[in-house]
Design a protein around this ligand. Structure first.
Ligand code: ARG
Length: 534
């Protein structure tokens, strides 16, 4: 399900019990008496713009400038950033308690009630201006006008992005771990289900369904690793960098970082506001992940074709035709395949936006954010679809078994048998078997003839008979002897399954641990604010 406009997910609720009451807050009458200018929907005019620039922008210019649409992703995060910032300003003696109290009351109210649509009005350049303006409307310009001391929207937006992206990454990693677990669970019931393996989409050598699925499980494990790496670099605080040169106020960057649950600071204030490699890295990781997912989706599309018939997808993941009554089409997986292309397009666009930018902040960076959010959103939805499609699919093992030995799939094992048991050099064995295949006679008599033709020898004299040939041509036998680590033999696959499932458990524990840390910090922040305004 799309999470596109679900802001505030994972943001804890504040219950308004105790001494705090919304009645303390000024209404719009008070605002007007405080001198705020009320426009249209009861909002005061954009507090950022007033001083330097003349005139109002026309609607389409305002909309062109505004990031309000993509800011729906970061609005709730912005409230948390405001809370941490105001607490710190008060503790450092940069603003007075009475002003901090009013600001925090307003912020708690917005946090509790949810942000009104008005803060996302494209008349505002962004949600930061929207919230500051709205809050100023609530608490009056004397307190409201002190919210932004010692910071800039440049460090503010970078902080909000990292907060939201942190949640997105953790949620996505969990989905990928679940997908890995689904693959492992299905694989564990198919370690002896032989099927043909392909190269060039031609029958190549027998393998098992389990071995084939584990090829994806390990790829998704590496994809998880890339997301975890990105997470570690995302979870650092740019707050306090201000426009880029930090600030002369005695702010405490460590305290805002800790309150927001960041693991540390971005050390250089110029880099802190202008760096978007954290977003590029996350997009690169999801692009690679989607590439893996798309390959698997493609495979399932092929397997579900009646030409192949290896899988029967659950109806929920399929569509039918408006004209052809018999049709059952694997549409969800086709859409996943296409979404992988969209996500790589988001990465390409984001790379293009960043690559030509001098230090420090440039407004181009605003245009990167929608690419980031769309990429994260489409990826998470796709991973979930893929897990469900695989978990509910019926793999047609009879068809796989019927195909496993076809097309000379076991010819390699036949050649290997001639090497191991009858002393031929591998290249000679390869030629002998190839010639038997060419004659369309891969049996004892055919091999005997080919051996005479290609090498001037008799295999029968060396003890080869039809029974030994049939054993070598048995697909399961061919799988069983491939028992080196990573091979398809059931014992090798069982050993690998154990390792992979313990690593999946380790990754899911890491996510649980990090999510708990983040939640603890955010709950603590909101709790501290509530105590402050009691
Ligand atoms: N909406 C802006 C963005 O997403 C916030 C920063 C605006 N900064 C500025 N100098 N105009 O990047």
């Amino acid at each position: 399900m799309s999470t596109y406009f679900q802001t505030g997910r994972d943001v804890p609720e504040v219950s308004l019990s105790g001494a705090f009451s919304c009645a303390n807050l000024p209404g719009s009458d008070t605002l007007i008496s405080l001198g705020a200018e009320i426009v249209g929907n009861g909002m005061v005019r954009d507090v950022v713009r007033g001083g330097r620039l003349s005139g109002e922008r026309e609607g389409d210019i305002a909309r062109y400038l505004s990031s309000s649409w993509a800011d729906q992703w970061i609005g709730e995060a912005d409230l948390l950033v405001d809370m941490a910032h105001v607490l710190m300003l008060k503790e450092q003696g940069i603003i007075e308690e009475v002003h901090a109290r009013a600001l925090l009351q307003g912020l708690v109210r917005l946090h509790h009630d949810g942000l009104p649509d008005a803060v996302y009005d494209p008349e505002f350049e962004d949600v930061h201006a929207g919230i500051e303006t709205y809050l100023t409307g609530m608490v009056g310009p004397d307190a409201g006008g002190r919210l932004h001391v010692g910071r800039s929207r440049n460090d503010e937006v970078a902080t909000c992005m990292r907060l939201r992206l942190r949640d997105e990454l953790l949620a996505l990693i969990l989905e990928v771990v679940q997908l890995r677990e689904v693959l492992l669970a299905v694989a564990s019931t198919h370690v002896e289900s032989v099927m043909p393996g392909f190269t060039h989409l031609q029958h190549a050598q027998p393998t098992t369904l389990a071995h084939h699925l584990l090829a994806y499980a390990v790829a998704f494990e590496r994809d998880t690793g890339r997301l975890l790496d990105a997470y570690r670099r995302v979870n650092r605080s740019p707050l306090g960098a201000a426009a880029f040169a930090s600030t002369g106020y005695p702010i405490d960057r460590e305290s805002t970082a800790a309150r927001l649950g960041f693991s540390g600071l971005l050390e250089n204030s110029m880099d802190a506001v202008s760096g978007r490699d954290f977003a590029l890295e996350s997009l690169a990781a999801v692009t690679i992940l989607m590439t893996t997912a798309s390959r698997l989706a493609e495979e399932l599309v092929i397997w579900s074709s009646q030409l192949v018939g290896f899988v029967d997808l659950d109806d929920r993941y399929c569509s039918t035709s408006s004209i052809m009554p018999q049709k059952k089409n694997p549409d969800t997986l086709e859409l996943l395949r296409a979404r992988a292309a969209s996500v790589s397009g988001e990465l390409a666009a984001a790379l293009g936006i960043v690559k030509g930018l001098p230090q420090a902040y440039n407004r181009d960076l605003q245009q990167l954010s929608p690419h980031l959010w769309r990429g994260m959103d489409e990826t998470r939805a796709s991973v979930r679809i893929l897990s469900g499609a695989i978990e509910s699919a019926r793999f047609v093992t009879e068809r796989m078994a019927a195909e496993a030995g076809r097309g000379g799939s076991t010819a390699t094992e036949m050649a290997d048998t001639l090497v191991r048991e009858f002393g031929l050099p591998f290249r000679t064995a390869h030629h002998v078997v190839a010639r038997a295949v060419r004659h369309g006679r891969l049996d004892a008599a055919g091999l005997e003839e080919a051996a005479h033709e290609m090498a001037g020898i008799s295999l029968a004299e060396r003890g080869m008979d039809q029974a030994r040939v049939e054993q070598a041509l048995d697909p399961l036998e061919s799988v069983r002897v491939r028992r080196v680590p990573g091979g398809p033999a059931p014992e090798a696959v069982r050993a690998h399954l154990a390792v992979l499932s313990s690593r999946a458990a380790r990754d899911s524990e890491f996510v649980a641990h990090e999510s708990a840390l983040v939640r603890q910090a955010i709950d603590g922040l909101v709790q501290t604010v509530r105590e402050e305004i009691r």
